[in-house]
Design a protein around this ligand. Structure first.
Ligand SMILES: [Zn+2]
Length: 393
């Protein structure tokens, strides 16, 4: 139960409790009111009032009853996941991906298309048309679609609503509105690694702090600081800002790809030398297997000695960087992005390296593989709208 204090009004308490009740039901397939009351520590009459409000709003429903444990049978409450939907669009240099999700937050449908980014009107129209066609094909009525979340490989200035830097796409200081002006849905923007971290956050409830590494064709990161209880975030200057991610003073928090790993080392696409990205992006591995990361890991498993040497070197660089991040943050590190989808069998090798370089005797087990893999950035972008809607309940 959340009680009012000097800073929290009665209205806030009611809203927080209603929100907690909905989130709880939304995470469970079937639950009774007595169970809700017990699990959340909220009185039964209050639970009755809140659940009736939620039924009226159309986001939960009653269906069937639980077996009696003596006394009256309790009615079963179920979430109405298809009350609202959202679309997620992930823009990378060579592809676009689109995902459909609902209030469950699961990726219900997705497509991935090869399309090289261009800063042109034709490209922007292609994005809008692809979204309209995809949305039409899903059969979801437009009025149930909350909006489109767009994930971009760059820094999004939430205050100014501008894409301030994207070295990968080679565009700088572009108003977000310019990218989305042809899209016939409300649009929210986010950085690609932050979006992927949101997908990971949704699938796991077991940590409060973590650093998410996105090891895809470029390297990014997101710093998770989960607030409990939380209403999820707020709209700021028209852009959804998730409460559970640290943004920094200039929205650049988590840009770990451009931390210097080797002074004067390999050239990074950002124009500097020795960045972590230049040693640990997914292309470093895929370039040895015709650009196909899956093929790299298949051949590695079969014992290809050249690939083994490349992988060992990759792990050395990855471990060195993770060790620095661990010293700074003292939190879990989740390896995500394209490489994160393949790293599970090699976590032991990574842990050993980390253990050997850890000053405080940690065994490296603080590093885990991501649990969510399918179009993580596109889904995370869609979740901005889902989270905003749920927070408003
Ligand atoms: Zn760089």
């Amino acid at each position: 139960m959340i009680y009012p204090n000097n800073r929290t009004s009665n209205i806030d308490v009611k809203r927080l409790n209603r929100n907690r009740v909905f989130r709880y039901i939304n995470r469970h397939e079937r639950i009774s009111r007595p169970e809700l009351s017990q699990s959340l520590g909220i009185s039964f009459p209050t639970i009755l009032f809140i659940t009736n409000e939620l039924i009226e709003k159309g986001v939960i429903r009653e269906e069937g009853e639980f077996e009696s444990t003596g006394g009256r049978k309790a009615k079963a409450l179920l979430p109405v996941h298809d009350a609202r939907f959202a679309l997620g669009l992930d823009i990378t240099l060579n592809h676009i991906s689109i995902v459909l999700t609902d209030l469950s937050g699961a990726a219900l449908e997705h497509i991935r298309m090869q399309k090289r980014f261009e800063n042109t009107e034709e490209y922007r129209q292609f994005l809008a048309e692809s979204l309209v066609i995809f949305s039409h094909d899903t059969g979801v009525p437009n009025e149930k679609i909350l909006g489109v979340g767009i994930s971009l490989p760059g820094i999004i200035d939430m205050q100014q609503k501008r894409l301030s830097h994207s070295h990968i796409l080679n565009i700088f200081d572009v108003p977000c509105e310019e990218i989305s002006k042809d899209i016939p849905f409300p649009v929210a923007f986010t950085n690609d690694a932050n979006a992927a971290a949101l997908s990971e956050l949704r699938s796991r409830q077991d940590y409060t702090h973590a650093l998410y590494l996105s090891l895809s064709n470029s390297v990014g990161g997101a710093l998770i600081f989960r607030k409990v209880p939380s209403l999820g975030g707020k709209w700021d200057a028209g852009v959804w800002q998730n409460d559970n991610l640290v943004m920094g003073d200039n929205f650049k928090c988590g840009e770990i790809g451009h931390m210097t790993l080797i002074p004067g080392g390999k050239r990074c696409y950002c124009g500097k030398n020795g960045c972590f990205d230049a040693y640990c992006n997914a292309k470093i591995l895929a370039q040895h297997s015709d650009g196909r990361l899956e093929l790299f890991f298949n051949s590695l498993k079969e014992g290809n000695p050249v690939l083994k040497a490349e992988w060992e070197s990759y792990l050395d660089h990855l471990a060195a960087h993770i060790n620095s991040l661990r010293m700074l943050m003292d939190c879990k590190v989740i390896v995500g992005g394209y490489v994160g989808g393949f790293i599970e069998p090699y976590l032991g090798d990574l842990h050993r390296r980390l253990r050997d370089m850890d000053t405080f005797g940690d065994d490296g087990n603080y590093v885990e593989a991501c649990t969510y893999r399918l179009e993580a950035s596109a889904l995370g972008a869609a979740l901005l709208h889902i989270e905003a809607y749920i927070s408003s309940i």
